[in-house]
Design a protein. Structure first.
Length: 265
């Protein structure tokens, strides 16, 4: 009888664990879908081969779920006129969602950047140099964080200036580097070294970045294209903070390099 009861208990807890896991997966899936948005993209109505032009009869709209960080790869239905009469760079099958990278020259006939700014956002350009632009390796379509370094009067109230470095905005889309708009490249404009980058910002963010660019130095840090996480626990670094925490930073880096590492007392 005891063994029977133990077996029933094991079955019960096994079923319970399965239900809890299933519920957690469902919650996480709904959470992820909640962060996505419904967009209307362009899909092919027939098979097409490389070097073929796209006509209106070849495409139709389709609603899909896309995250903001990755949805800009697809051609939105509202921009279908940009790809008409453009040649495909690769063969595609019927039902394929068209992406900007599928075209040999994705922007032949494009009139300018304004057609590609997300409604509600604004394009704002800021000055950069080799260092602040990650050695010029930032490209249109990349996502960056914007870090500012400023000199403020110290909190003591005297005239001594203290240097402060803070992260201002995270996960900001790069629309252009110099005159290079990447997939939106206007015919006749060639890629070259740049001294400005153009950001996609809300009007409030634009005001803050313009102010910050006048009061200090802005530096861009490049993100992985798939990363959308916003860090919530970031510090404001001045010399005192730097001096107090430099050892902690090295210990944290050691833990990342060697997961089993423990700080020595």
């Amino acid at each position: 009888m005891r063994q029977k009861m133990l077996l029933l208990a094991a079955v019960f807890f096994g079923v319970l664990a399965f239900l809890l896991t299933f519920h957690q997966i469902k919650v996480e899936r709904e959470k992820a879908l909640g962060e996505a948005r419904t967009v209307e993209v362009v899909v092919l109505t027939k098979d097409k081969v490389a070097d073929e032009d796209i006509t209106l009869n070849d495409i139709e709209p389709m609603k899909v779920k896309r995250f903001k960080s990755t949805g800009d790869r697809d051609v939105p239905w509202t921009h279908k006129n940009v790809i008409l009469n453009q040649k495909l760079a690769t063969s595609l099958n019927k039902g394929a969602v068209l992406q900007w990278s599928d075209f040999q020259l994705a922007t032949k006939g494009a009139k300018g950047l304004s057609d590609f700014i997300t409604q509600g956002d604004r394009a704002v350009s800021i000055s950069v140099d080799v260092t602040s632009s990650v050695t010029g390796l930032i490209s249109p379509g990349d996502n960056v964080d914007i870090i500012g370094t400023f000199r403020f009067p110290e909190m003591k109230g005297d005239k001594t200036l203290d240097t402060l470095t803070i992260t201002i905005l995270q996960n900001v889309k790069i629309l252009a580097t110099g005159t290079d708009m990447g997939k939106f490249l206007v015919k006749g404009i060639q890629k070259k070294n740049y001294s400005t980058v153009t950001l996609s910002l809300t009007p409030k963010e634009a005001e803050m970045i313009i102010f910050a660019s006048q009061k200090g130095r802005l530096t861009l840090t490049l993100r992985n294209r798939e990363e959308t996480k916003i860090e919530t626990y970031l510090q404001s670094v001045n010399f005192k903070y730097f001096e107090d925490h430099i050892k902690d930073y090295n210990n944290e880096r050691e833990k990342r390099i060697r997961p089993g590492y423990k700080k020595k007392n």
